[in-house]
Design a protein around this ligand. Structure first.
Ligand code: ZN
Ligand code: ZN
Length: 304
């Protein structure tokens, strides 16, 4: 690959991929097949990113196997499965009785008369408030950090560990994010759009592709911001909690990016994470839990 081509791709990849994904999703919605369109788009995005990770990696070190591929895949499947099961069995659990009226016209203060695209933007902003605090609390409150530590225990970032979350960790974020929209009375169409956008932005944040962002990182959660979030140093790791957009990080002072230096290659947590999937599922319930000092990615060393 020539340098010019690589530079061109690195500057355009993020916006071009996002625009393509949103366009195919919109076409799917228009033809009444949003779920099929989403799945096809997501698969195409994943394949494109896997190729780019091989052709132009951001970090060569992260292209080496970490022995966690199956664990990453199992966590992704179990997390997605849990959420889908909850949706399918919400009737059995009695949740549908509460949720269905919420997503029908007339409920709540949601501006259903607005054009759909403005409702989707509103949905992203409103749900982000819940997602931000779900994530922030997962870092600051030990009982929740135990679950979130599974995500942060990765030693490299690539698209395969995008969905590596303890299923209870995922469930908590989804309930908070969509809970706000349901309470406000947002229609299902907006919630489906939000799910698609979150999936596209999410897989991009973990991709190990050499991309440039410029102003995009001021607005959206990008790989360059999320790499800081995986730092062992809490001055960098306890920052950039945004899931899709960085609005609430700006409001609460946690937006972090130092463009003049590279984010750390050596990422992860201080604590030892068992390598096997089933031990990782049990990890948050382990007694006694490792010392307080190890409850976050790392504590900043005193006066360096
Ligand atoms: Zn985190
Ligand atoms: Zn991550």
């Amino acid at each position: 690959m020539t340098m010019t081509l690589r530079t061109l791709i690195s500057w355009t990849a993020w916006p071009v991929l996002m625009i393509l994904c949103l366009t195919t999703t919109a076409i799917g919605f228009h033809h009444g097949i949003p779920v099929i369109a989403f799945n096809l788009t997501y698969a195409a995005l994943a394949v494109t990113l896997l190729i780019l990770e091989r052709k132009m990696p951001h970090e060569i070190e992260w292209t080496k196997p970490d022995g966690q591929i199956w664990s990453d895949i199992f966590h992704t499947l179990v997390s997605k499965g849990t959420v889908q099961t909850l949706v399918v069995f919400s009737a059995v659990l009695g949740l549908a009785a509460y949720i269905t009226p919420m997503s029908e016209p007339g409920y709540g203060i949601w501006p259903r008369h607005w054009p759909l695209w403005t409702q989707v933007i509103l949905g992203v902003v409103a749900s982000e408030f819940g997602l931000y605090w779900a994530h922030h609390t997962a870092h600051k409150w030990k009982p929740l950090w135990r679950f979130h530590a599974i995500h942060h225990s990765v030693k490299k970032l690539w698209i395969v560990n995008t969905g590596r979350f303890h299923f209870i960790d995922s469930l908590k974020s989804i309930l908070l994010g969509t809970g706000i929209l349901l309470a406000l009375g947002a229609p299902m169409e907006v919630i489906t759009w939000l799910a698609a956008i979150t999936a596209y932005i999410g897989i991009l944040t973990h991709c190990n592709v050499d991309m440039k962002f410029g102003w995009i990182s001021y607005v959206f959660n990008t790989p360059e911001l999320h790499r800081w979030h995986h730092s062992k140093d809490l001055r960098e790791g306890d920052k950039n909690f945004g899931e899709n957009i960085m609005l609430w990080d700006w409001v609460f002072g946690t937006w972090f990016h130092e463009g003049w230096r590279r984010p750390p290659v050596d990422i992860g947590i201080k604590d030892e994470m068992p390598p096997r999937f089933r031990d990782q599922l049990a990890y948050p319930f382990r007694r006694p839990y490792p010392s307080f000092r190890q409850w976050g990615p790392d504590k900043p060393e005193a006066a360096e």
